[in-house]
Design a binder for this molecule. Structure first.
Ligand code: ADP
Ligand code: MG
Ligand code: MG
Length: 934
């Protein structure tokens, strides 16, 4: 699993070495494989260790590491991830030599366990568990108690003197095997189980006695016969092969694929299969099974956290069948095992230098560790834990940085409820606070509806009895997830935390009818579409809509709260200051107006990488002036209109410079096609028709003129049309006015004592002469302003590199430019030939078919677009070593892209204000050469 696997985990890059290893492993059987495919662990020694996640998967490497550390781990072996690829390459077959290697290890396991698979008097039972490099909670299935059949079950009974336990284990195995290997729906089994319970008046699973369970087993075997057309497989070796292959098959099931799509995990890394001797948490009242965390994964609080069930097995805790007890209770019922568990897990935390998410089983007071991994956590918890562990000196500040996934920081900026508004509604019910955050939305009862409604622009809250892995597409889009059953480690809770999705689970008072699409709570009936709100930090649920407000961090940043009043702000700030020490990339903001610039500065941006002047044109009372400029039919009229815009632009630039406190500010001259500032043709035509009905008027004449101009300006392909530098060349007076506004503002501030160095940026340059043309204007205006104002100041003139021709002729362009800023949005659009505004129609399908792994507008295409960036960097710096280089596309806030920009040697990235914290941390990770999610 990822070292920094936190809630916001999105990008999981795969090291080249792994890709190589997988390819090597996938060599067909005939050529012979000297390679090892199966890794044993047991008797205090393992073939593998923690460094081998690529080969053993996260679970297998954790079992190996714990074994080597002398912890109580039942022995077993791991079939490597490479075998998964071989399985697929060989179309669902495992070559004989690997099969032999597996059997050799099975013999070893039998020796270590002192039991034999299929031996009637002393049967070995095993679990068959999947485990990929990245943990995928509940995505693939585990089979327990394998090795049981009609004879060994009697052997198990004889050996333990506990018939109830033996048959409880057998019925569990039959159901798991039937479901996972034979594909029989769980309900077919559950129906029989409920029937027997009902007939025998049993309330809970544990109320059934041996006799009852024998009956369940009998019926289960009938289900298998009926549904699969074959009797249940009695041969343990056949069972084992079937289970192994089912794990490999589950790697490609729909929900596993969906999960990997969301978390950007490649398909080809494969899953390992762990075969491990069983220990039994269901052997009586001195036995139990449980899961836990060394710290609270929702809030980050330093407290032992988890749940367990007495006399239970495996998934009972997370499945929400019985309500588990909090782990603190374990101290009372099994103090010895509890103490050992605390000692072991504290040790594991120190060893892995991260919060551990562990699974354990107690058999007759004896503790066994079954899994440990770095725990997934909310973004909030990630920051708390990292700063705490650094303060406790378990980790260094550098290690603390690596513990926090950059995207997790954006969760901390998510809105919270306005406490006053929140107080006004009564609490309808309470659930477990599984994942913090404020959620308010219209209730839906299925994941598909959640997606549908969201696409219609509604905010939804997904309400389920409990979520299942198939629900994740709905969880992804919902404002929050609310469930009636399940604990803090249920599916909804784990996935909610990981997605950073506010979640309240186990709200037991909800009476949900998914068919009727409604639930009742607190005497009210809530139907699909009604508003419900909840607080994922407290677990309170209310009926109605509640406005949200900015998070504490935002409030501090906006000056509405003092830093010392907010614990989380102080931690956030500390972490980012550590990040600033590590990173070498500068961080700037894309901000157009003074207030955005101020926010970006408060978030830590030191400079503006992109100030889009045209955004200033949309302000109140401005658009009319812009339109007048556009409608002008001669230069004199145009200049008159521009003169009215001049003081407004100057004022904006003054504000932006000032907010940036003397840090560099890059201002781009006008970029979009002019028609964007005019009304739509269709709207005008409607208006004209309306006016015509009233007879001739001045207004009508004006509208007709406007319509003509709009038609004049119509372009078939505006993004490739009359825009960017092309506008400045055809209407030099626009560039002139903008340059003047910039320099007059700079002159003013320099007089006031704030040294500002404006950077004037010409967009969409593909030909060096375009830049030369515009630069002459800018230089002339600068000289004029300095003379008029009697001040001198420095300024730079540069260009965006966003047209492929600009990138490949960057050496020529560098002669004229003092800086380049990569406009990666346009560069991506023009390199792929994908219209940014239309690509949504097919990009999803491209990703589904794996033609593209990611959306290239969200995360830079390092191969294609990246090649152009590299060329431009090389050519530009070749001509002018001191050339300043930055990026101002949306990619400037994307961690994976930031890694790339760091690698190619840019000076800074520029991101939207809310992404600044993410960019600071990602830049630190990049400087430490850590790939995201690795
Ligand atoms: P997941 O990856 O979904 O967590 P696991 O393979 O960890 O699935 O198995 C789930 C649960 O099954 C474990 O937490 C544990 O309770 C139980 N289990 C797995 N292997 C064994 C075993 N050898 N002995 C006892 N219980 C086991
Ligand atoms: Mg597990
Ligand atoms: Mg552009």
């Amino acid at each position: 699993m990822a070292k920094t696997a936190t809630a916001g985990k999105k990008k999981a890059s795969v090291p080249k070495a792994l890709v190589k290893a997988v390819k090597a492993a996938a060599v067909p059987a005939k050529k012979g494989r000297a390679k090892k495919h199966v890794y044993f662990f047991g008797n205090g020694k393992a073939d593998g260790d923690r460094t081998m996640k690529d080969t053993l998967g996260g679970k297998g490497s954790g079992l190996a590491e714990m074994t080597n550390a002398g912890l109580p781990v039942p022995p077993g072996f791991t079939i490597s991830t490479g075998v998964c690829n071989i399985y697929y390459a060989e179309k669902g077959r495992i070559p004989a030599d690997i099969d032999r290697e597996i059997e050799d290890n099975l013999r070893k396991l039998e020796k270590a366990a002192g039991k034999t698979l299929g031996d009637v008097n002393n049967p070995l039972l095993v679990s068959v568990r999947s485990g990929a490099k990245f943990s995928m909670p509940g995505m693939m299935d585990t089979i327990l108690n394998l090795g049981l059949n009609d004879r060994t079950v009697e052997g198990l009974k004889a050996k333990t003197g506990n018939g109830r336990f033996a048959f409880d284990s057998y019925r569990r195995f039959l159901q798991m095997f039937g479901n996972v290997v034979l594909g029989i729906p769980k309900e077919k089994f559950e129906r029989e189980f409920e029937a027997v319970k009902h007939e025998r008046g049993a309330q809970s699973d544990t109320d059934l006695d041996e006799d009852g369970l024998r009956e369940v087993v009998r019926r289960y075997k009938e289900v298998v016969q009926r549904e699969s057309g074959k009797p249940f497989a009695q041969d343990p070796l056949q069972q084992l092969r079937g289970a192994r292959d089912a794990v490999f098959k589950s790697w490609m099931n729909q929900r596993a694929k969906e999960y990997r799509r969301i978390y950007d995990i490649p398909d080809h890394i494969g899953t390992a299969v762990n075969v491990q001797a069983m220990v039994f948490g269901n052997s009586g009242d001195r036995s139990a099974t449980g899961v836990g965390f060394t710290r609270n994964p929702a809030t980050g609080a330093h407290e032992f956290f988890g749940e367990f069930l007495v006399n239970a097995q495996g998934e009972d805790v997370v499945a929400g069948i019985r309500t588990p007890q909090p782990i603190s209770e374990l101290e009372k019922v099994m103090p010895h095992a509890y103490k050992e568990l605390r000692t072991i897990t504290t040790r594991l935390e120190k060893h892995y230098k991260d919060v551990q998410d562990f699974e354990f089983t107690i058999e007759d007071d004896q503790l066994y560790m079954l899994q440990t991994r770095n725990g997934k956590r909310t973004g909030y918890a990630a920051v708390v834990i990292a700063t705490d562990m650094a303060a406790e000196r378990i980790i260094t500040p550098r290690e603390a940085l690596l513990q926090v996934e950059p995207m997790a920081l954006s969760q901390l900026l998510a809105p919270v409820f306005d406490p006053n508004e929140w107080k006004k509604l009564p609490v309808a019910t309470r659930g477990l606070p599984a994942s913090p955050g404020a959620a308010s939305g219209q209730v839906v009862f299925s994941a598909d509806h959640a997606v549908e409604w969201t696409e219609q622009g509604r905010k939804v809250l997904l309400v389920r009895k409990e979520t299942v892995p198939d629900d994740i597409h709905g969880m992804e889009v919902a404002q929050g997830v609310l469930t009636a059953t399940g604990g803090m480690t249920s599916h909804a809770a784990v996935v909610g935390r990981q997605m950073g999705k506010p979640s309240v689970v186990g709200a037991g008072e909800l009476r949900i009818s998914e068919q009727a699409k409604q639930f009742t709570v607190d005497g009210q009936t809530i139907k699909e579409g009604d508003w419900v709100s909840f607080d994922g930090l407290t677990g309170e649920v209310k009926v109605g809509q509640v406005a949200t407000k900015p998070s504490e961090i935002l409030q501090v940043v906006a000056g509405k709260m003092q830093p010392q009043e907010s614990d989380i702000y102080q931690r956030f700030d500390k972490l980012l200051k550590w990040a600033d020490k590590e990173r070498t990339l500068g961080i700037r903001a894309n901000a157009d107006l003074p207030d955005q610039a101020a926010l970006a500065y408060a978030f830590g941006a030191r400079g503006i990488g992109l100030c889009r002047t045209e955004h200033m044109f949309f302000g109140e009372g401005r658009i009319e002036k812009v339109q007048r400029m556009i409608l002008a039919t001669n230069e004199a009229d145009r200049r008159a209109a521009l003169n009215e815009l001049l003081p407004l632009q100057r004022g904006d630039f003054y504000g932006v410079f000032k907010a940036m406190n003397g840090e560099p500010v890059t201002i781009r001259t006008i970029d979009p096609p002019l028609h964007e500032f005019l009304p739509k043709r269709e709207d005008l035509m409607v208006e004209i028709a309306r006016l015509e009905a009233k007879g001739e008027s001045r207004e009508l004449t004006d509208k007709r003129t406007l319509l003509h101009r709009v038609e004049d300006l119509h372009e078939f392909n505006p993004m490739l049309g009359h825009r960017g530098v092309r506008l400045g060349i055809t209407y030099p007076e626009i560039t002139e006015m903008q340059a003047r506004a910039i320099f007059e503002a700079a002159a003013q501030l320099n007089k006031e004592g704030l040294k500002v160095v404006p950077e004037v940026m010409i967009p969409l340059v593909g030909i060096v002469k375009e830049l030369r043309d515009q630069k002459e204007i800018v230089d002339r205006v600068a000289a004029d302003v300095m003379r008029e104002q009697g001040v001198r100041f420095k300024y730079l003139v540069g260009t965006m590199i966003e047209v492929p021709r600009g990138a490949v002729t960057a050496d020529e362009i560098a002669h004229e430019a003092q800086f380049f800023s990569f406009g990666t949005n346009d560069l991506t659009q023009l390199t792929f030939g994908f219209s940014r505004d239309d690509a949504g129609k097919f990009l999803g399908i491209y990703q589904g078919k794996k033609i593209l792994e990611r959306d290239p507008f969200a995360s830079i295409d390092t191969v294609g677009v990246g090649a152009l960036v590299r060329i431009a960097v090389q050519k530009g710096r070749g001509v002018k070593p001191e050339l300043k280089l930055g990026i101002c596309g949306e990619h400037g806030g994307d961690p994976a892209s930031i890694h790339f920009f760091n690698q190619v040697g840019l000076d800074y990235v520029s991101a939207s204000p809310y992404r600044i914290p993410v960019a600071r941390l990602a830049a630190a990770h990049a400087a430490m050469q850590v790939k995201v999610g690795d």
